[in-house]
Design a protein around this ligand. Structure first.
Ligand SMILES: [Cu+2]
Length: 188
């Protein structure tokens, strides 16, 4: 899948919410060798995509360069909760971000209460985790966090909220590439 990397000139660690209209990204002309990139993702419900029960993140895989600070921005339209279970309950905490926090719906937080979790964006190989709270019904929530890409390699991300199908909610979209899982490539 073609990845969308938005190059911005300034090192803006800020994680200010960005309007949903910007989710498709787009480069800033003339930006050279950025030390900061933004990865825009959109999290839609299965219903929105004609596949009920199959929530999906678009731009599910992307490539960044080692040494870059990467701001991950997820605009989620999913208003359904999927409280974490068992070994995955630790993913209610924000992990591996530059400031230990994420911005969710305009608020700087270091965790999301379990009953408000809809999904997680978790890259275990990078120790990075963003809990995604439920969106307001009929609306969306913007969740943003930044990490430093210090490690070369290809890392799988998963959602660890039981948002898929099957009795445990862990099959279907959860285990299908480009739905609730994808790849983060960190290259030279
Ligand atoms: Cu999910």
């Amino acid at each position: 899948m073609k990845h969308a990397v938005t190059k911005i000139a300034a090192l803006a660690l800020a994680v200010a919410p960005v309007a949903a209209t910007t989710v498709t990204g787009g480069g800033v002309a003339g930006a050279a060798a950025p030390n900061h990139v933004v990865e825009h993702m959109r999290l839609i419900t299965g219903k929105m995509d004609g596949k009920p029960g199959w929530p999906k993140i678009t731009n599910s895989s992307w490539t960044v360069h080692k040494g870059q600070t990467v701001t991950v921005q997820i605009v989620s339209f999913d208003d359904g909760t999927a409280p974490l279970m068992g070994q995955y309950m630790k993913y209610d905490k924000v992990m591996g971000t530059v400031n230990g926090k994420e911005v969710a719906g305009g608020k700087m937080v270091n965790n999301v209460s379990d009953i408000n979790i809809a999904h997680t964006f978790t890259v275990t190989g990078l120790g990075f985790n963003m809990p995604i709270p439920v969106a307001p019904t009929g609306g969306h929530i913007v969740v943003t966090a930044s990490f430093k890409a210090n490690k070369l390699g290809t890392f799988t991300w998963n959602c660890y909220a039981p948002c898929g199908s099957g009795t445990n909610g862990m099959t279907g979209a959860m285990s299908t590439m480009s739905w609730m899982t994808g790849k983060v490539h960190v290259v030279k």
